[in-house]
Design a protein around this ligand. Sequence first.
Ligand code: GDP
Ligand code: MG
Length: 180
Amino acid sequence: MSLRRRILLKVIVLGDSGVGKTSLMTQYIHKKFNQQYKATIGADFVTKELQIDDRLVTLQIWDTAGQERFQSLGVSFYRGADCCVLVYDVNVLRSFDTLDTWHEEFLKQANSPNPRKFPFILLGNKIDIDGGNSRVVSEKKAMDWCASKGNIPYFETSAKEDYNIDAAFLCIAKTALANE
Ligand code: GDP
Ligand code: MG
């Protein structure tokens, strides 16, 4: 099987500060988890190569600091995005309630030619905490939200336990590829 052209896919990760965006990326790329919180400054990206069928794909994953105002990230940040990953913390209701804003703001800023078809993926992170006893957002509630936005794929993850992250990013890559 010969490999066809190499494809670069730009993925943007958004969500409130502290939900685990940087931890998910670090776990995915480096297989490491750090308990200490280190606020992300500005925007930065990491890359990961994947083979999907006969295609060699480079995922370029952009991290953000959630507390930053959308506008301050600048247009180049959103330009050419192939997929937007939204992250919330299943134990923090507010991080779920702000998803609408992240979703809307992304579409506004990305200026996508076909906003209703732009691929998003939702990750409900930190499902490990307290064995799931402190979660305040149910899987059903999250899936209803995804359905209301045009069937966004949903994954429950733990950056700490490395749970479901490879599966989520594979789906992200495939979704971005389909949109490419
Ligand atoms: P960000 O602001 O969205 O980038 O969040 P961080 O990745 O910096 O994570 C914020 C805090 O939550 C850090 O102390 C992490 O160690 C912790 N954290 C992130 N993901 C998980 C997880 O899946 N489980 C647990 N228990 N803690 C997590
Ligand atoms: Mg961060």
